[in-house]
Write a protein that binds this ligand. Structure first.
Ligand SMILES: [Zn+2]
Length: 473
């Protein structure tokens, strides 16, 4: 184990040399990875085969390397908006392409393993940065009925390989926590059940040992951030059925990490996780690890929120109440899903003491009330750009009205929201699912505002880092 940990640290320290620079954030597309796959064809160690097509006609590729007797099959991004592992797979291709660093380790892997990889099973979904494929089928609920060509391809490749191990690579929501701790579940594992009885079959036990073993190594890098997904059997999912059909399947989910919405650190952790697990399979060292190690990994729970404001006073009917208020952001795609803006809503309010925020602020001694709309009507975006936010803020205005028939945006980078006059209803009560626009006072004076979930300090309006929303478009 000491050697395996040392190897993982070597991978950690040399990672930047192999990070695929053309994949900078999560919103890369099929066209980006096709270029990289074309380059793999020119390198001896890789074999590249077209194994299917998506509904919109994008090729699905199988990249193979190694000639060992143990077969390992990895597939990523069957959910189009879950790309973290795909990027890590291209980092891993770069790692294998370099003959000079850790040559013995590479030789060891390639002589003991035959590795098969489908990166981006759902390219049509990735194009739109959406979970499902282009006809709204969730590929991971299509293994039984096999309606989508992407699912058929995955099943055909699985059948042709009958691999010893499978890696089902996904992303999970940022709201997952490690148990009830204040840590995001940054990496979650599962050895899926092969049936409703959650039987402990030989392939499942093998996967449990491998996960437990890999988690010990991973604990060097992200202690307290590793969780385990629920093992309820899902008869329509690939991992569960592949386990039933004899492969030791590891579900690997990349979750949240503080200050890393683009998950570039977790991409690096994926790289280390996958290469370390391949090493353990090749050396069979995972057999030394008891399944209890797996069983003791804390469960995935949902106790994370993006932003929690704590201990605020809420006045209602002459009475005063103490509340916390939790805000979550949704990512809204634009520019052909190459970019996104954030849209905040109230997740919950009241006693949120069991929840943790990616960001939190204690506002004891402050009061909260809904954000207000400035009654003055502006006629052009240029007029709005001239507005002094401080004047709006001191009156508690988080929104302004715009009457401009030519304007059709969804969001802006102005530090206040825009309500289009022709359709200007905006729910502003403090209750779940409503937009997160608040006024926060101390001793009656406005001190802070929350505009679309972003905190603004009245003394420092220039510190605005968020995006605001155009309502009513
Ligand atoms: Zn998924």
């Amino acid at each position: 184990m000491a050697q395996e940990k040392q190897l993982a640290w070597d991978l950690y320290h040399s990672y930047e040399s192999y990070r695929e620079q053309s994949l900078q954030n999560r919103r890369f597309k099929y066209s980006d990875i096709v270029l990289l796959i074309e380059q793999l064809k020119n390198k001896n160690i890789f074999q590249v085969d077209k194994v299917g097509k998506s509904i919109e006609g994008r090729d699905l590729f199988l990249v193979s390397l190694g000639s060992g007797k143990t077969k390992v099959f990895l597939w990523s991004q069957m959910h189009g908006d879950e790309p973290t592992a795909t990027a890590a797979l291209f980092d891993i291709f770069n790692f294998f392409s370099d003959q000079n660093v850790l040559p013995e380790f590479k030789r060891f892997l390639l002589s003991n393993l035959s590795i098969y990889i489908i990166p981006m099973v759902n390219p049509d979904g990735a194009e739109l940065f959406q979970r499902r494929n282009i006809i709204e089928i969730d590929l991971n609920r299509d293994v039984a009925r096999l309606q989508s060509p992407e699912a058929i391809t995955l099943k055909n490749v699985f059948d042709s390989l009958k691999a010893d191990f499978g890696f089902n690579l996904h992303d999970q929501g940022r709201d997952y926590s490690v148990g009830i701790s204040s840590n995001p579940a940054s990496i979650s594992f599962l050895a899926p059940s092969p049936d409703f009885e959650k039987s402990l079959t030989a392939p499942r036990e093998k996967a449990m040992r491998l996960i437990g073993h890999t988690a010990i190594i991973l604990n060097e890098f992200i202690p307290g951030h590793i969780a385990k997904y629920t093992d309820d059997y899902e008869p329509r999912a690939f991992g569960d059925n592949f386990t039933k059909w004899g492969t030791g399947v590891v579900l690997l989910e990349s979750g949240g990490w503080r200050d890393d919405r683009e998950k570039q650190f977790l991409r690096k952790i994926n790289y280390i996780t996958i290469l370390s697990a391949l090493n353990s399979i090749a050396s069979e060292s995972y057999k030394e690890t008891d399944i209890n190690t797996y069983e003791l990994i804390p469960n995935n729970e949902k106790f994370m929120m993006d932003f929690i404001l704590r201990n605020l006073k809420l006045q209602s009917d002459g009475k005063e109440y103490t509340i916390d208020i939790g805000v979550n952001f949704e990512e809204e795609n634009f520019d052909e899903a190459r970019k996104f803006y954030l849209k905040a809503s109230i997740e919950d309010l009241g006693d949120l003491s069991v929840y943790s925020g990616y960001e939190e602020i204690d506002l004891s001694g402050y009061t909260i009330e809904p954000g207000k709309t400035n009654p003055e009507v502006f006629h052009t975006l240029e007029d709005l750009e001239k507005v002094n936010p401080s004047q709006l803020y001191s009156n508690g205005y988080t929104n302004v009205i715009l009457s401009d028939g030519d304007f059709s945006g969804t969001h802006t980078y102005l530090p206040f929201n825009i309500i289009l006059k022709q359709n200007h209803f905006l729910p502003n009560e403090l209750k779940p699912d409503n937009p997160a626009n608040f006024i926060i006072r101390k001793d009656g004076q406005v001190k802070l505002l929350v505009v679309n979930g972003f905190l603004i300090d009245l003394e420092k309006p220039e510190s605005w880092e968020g995006n605001s929303i155009v309502y009513g478009n």
